[in-house]
Design a protein around this ligand. Structure first.
Ligand SMILES: [Zn+2]
Length: 365
């Protein structure tokens, strides 16, 4: 078991790590406290804890539902973390096509529909007769599965409320995005989500403190996601030529490791394009490569045998969003910008992010 950022790793499914956040302990303590304050004995406390753990097993399957649906569209999931207010699947990105987003969002609640259906079938086939009134009694052996079925149905209904960025809100945004621009659709979904969050908070004040936490998560999550969608769509209108660096250091294949070390110490640049004597780009030199080469070979040898081949170059009229995606997915540190067989500039990730910040600052919406 590993501890990362306050979460304990329980295991992995299809290379997706499943973690439980430390604050999850609070819910166990809270449940035990509720039972004892209502005059319950230890047996009832244990049943209640077993119930919460089963509920969170269902929540994990719900999140895996999202992750598996995303995988169908080539989107991986970095991990699933369980918090007291629910689970979070960290998808690498949200599919932008409305139908794909719809499928990924609905896959989670569908898992709970299936679980509820299986539980109802088991209850129906069992010789014992269950009545809905049993739901009012505290959890024990006689109504455990009935309660679990009920809570799965509640999970489905709650998740389908159009409270963006909850599942129902994502489904709502996907429907909107079929008829309007995605940024506009997200803004509309955000307003509806924040309205619902206010209702959750009011409802939570009277009944359940966890609802207040969920309300905060929805309220701020909606605003944050809207901002992200807006910047992503914004750089779509910009091109590599706008953001590229025209002042950059040109390294040559004959330069020694010591030369390059001095250049790195003298300036801010960490990644370089290396050129042949005829002016054509030969490869890439980075700080990490330099450090490794210095450790293994000393300082006098030329950089030629250490440079990485260049597999990618951009043109000035390439959309910035596309360049960003390409660099991110292929893990490129620096890319030359080539026009008429001349390298007229270079671009790196910091450059692009800096450009987005400037562009956003100038355009206030
Ligand atoms: Zn979900």
């Amino acid at each position: 078991m590993k501890l990362t950022k306050g979460s304990l790793e329980l295991g992995a499914v299809k290379a997706i790590p499943i973690r439980i956040h430390w604050s999850f302990l609070l819910i166990i303590v809270y449940i035990a406290y509720l039972q004892i304050s209502e005059g319950g004995d230890w047996m009832q406390v244990l049943w209640a804890i077993a119930f919460v753990l089963s509920l969170f097993a269902c929540v994990t399957l719900h999140e895996l539902g999202h992750a598996m649906a995303a995988l169908r569209y080539g989107v991986r999931t970095r991990g699933i973390t369980l918090y007291p207010i629910g689970g979070v699947a960290m998808l690498e990105r949200i599919p932008e096509k409305p139908l794909q987003e719809l499928a990924v969002a609905i896959a989670g609640p569908m898992v709970n529909v299936v679980i509820a259906a299986i539980l109802v079938l088991i209850l129906w086939l069992s010789p014992v007769e269950y009545r809905l009134e049993d739901l009012k009694q505290s959890i024990g052996s006689s109504n455990f599965l009935l309660q679990l079925a009920a809570v799965n149905i509640i999970l489905v209904l709650f998740n389908l409320l159009p409270a963006f960025p909850m599942d129902g809100g994502r489904i709502f945004r996907a429907f909107l995005a079929m008829h309007m621009d995605r940024v506009k659709a997200t803004r509309f979904a955000m307003y509806v989500g924040q309205g619902m969050a206010v209702l959750f908070a009011i409802w939570g004040l009277q009944s359940n403190p966890f609802l207040i936490l969920i309300a905060a998560f929805v309220f701020f999550g909606a605003a944050q996601e809207y901002k992200m969608v807006r910047s992503a769509s914004y750089i779509r209108l910009h091109f590599v030529g706008n953001a590229m660096m025209k002042n950059f250091t040109r390294l040559h294949v004959q330069q020694s490791l010591a030369d390059v070390m001095q250049i790195m110490l003298n300036g801010q640049e960490k990644d370089f394009v290396v050129f042949h004597p005829n002016g054509e780009p030969a490869g890439i030199m980075t700080r990490d490569i330099l450090i490794k080469a210095l450790t293994d070979h000393g300082t006098t040898i030329s950089i030629e045998s250490f440079i990485q081949p260049i597999n990618q170059s951009f043109s000035t009229d390439m959309p910035l969003a596309e360049a960003y995606k390409c660099m991110q997915s292929e893990g490129l540190s620096i890319v030359p910008i080539i026009e008429n067989n001349q390298t007229i500039g270079v671009i790196n990730m910091e450059n692009i992010l800096e450009y987005i910040m400037f562009a956003e600052a100038m355009k206030s919406e």
